[in-house]
Design a protein. Structure first.
Length: 202
């Protein structure tokens, strides 16, 4: 771990995002993402810069399953990408497009995917709310209500692209919202863009 060790800091010590990133061996953009998306507690300097109390950083890591003596390191190997899509052709397309770079796991019960997703422990979920007679957005709401899935990245790829649906998807916690069909290059670029914020918490 670069920078100081945890034991060198006192609870009331103040870190900048750069300090925190160096301490944990991750990118500063990841710290900023935690602040914006996951509620890492900060204050602001008169100039508007983020200030992070060391005890708040430790509490944040503990809340997300990291003991203060454990290290944080970047993910090694292929990320697991779960697919929740009622259309078989779409699932096969994702396998063909992404299998070389990602571990693709297709959920069998798309209208009730929670248990399967928890078992898969994906870094990312590709989700289509079009599920016939079932309100797919209610499925997304249940996914976000599951503690182990609450912070999992979700990319909605669907033909439901009117403004109200897009707003609803983001309001329910989607990280990206894309119209079908997706070209392979763009899809991979979007996945990489979201996954660059992910690190392993071990």
């Amino acid at each position: 771990m670069s920078g100081k060790e945890h034991t060198d800091y006192k609870p009331d010590d103040i870190l900048s995002p750069i300090d925190a990133a160096k301490l944990l061996g991750i990118a500063r953009t990841t710290i900023n993402y935690w602040i914006r998306k996951y509620g890492l507690k900060v204050s602001r300097s008169p100039g508007g810069r983020y200030k992070i109390r060391f005890s708040d950083l430790e509490n944040f890591l503990t809340l997300h399953g990291v003991g203060s003596r454990k290290r944080i390191k970047r993910h090694e190997g292929k990320y697991v990408v779960a697919v929740v899509d009622a259309t078989k052709a779409s699932c096969e397309q994702y396998r063909k497009q992404l299998a070389r770079d990602f571990q693709i796991s297709v959920v069998k019960r798309v209208t009730d995917p929670i248990d399967e997703l928890i078992e898969m422990r994906p870094a990312m979920i590709i989700f289509d709310p079009m599920m016939g007679g079932v309100d797919g957005f209610s499925v997304l709401r249940r996914m976000r209500a599951a503690p182990s899935l609450a912070s999992t990245l979700v990319m909605i790829i669907t033909n439901r692209t009117n403004e109200d649906d897009v707003v609803r998807g983001f309001d329910l916690g989607a990280n990206d919202y894309v119209k079908k069909p997706q070209g392979e290059k763009e899809l991979k670029a979007r996945l990489r863009n979201l996954l660059r914020f992910i690190i392993d918490l071990r």
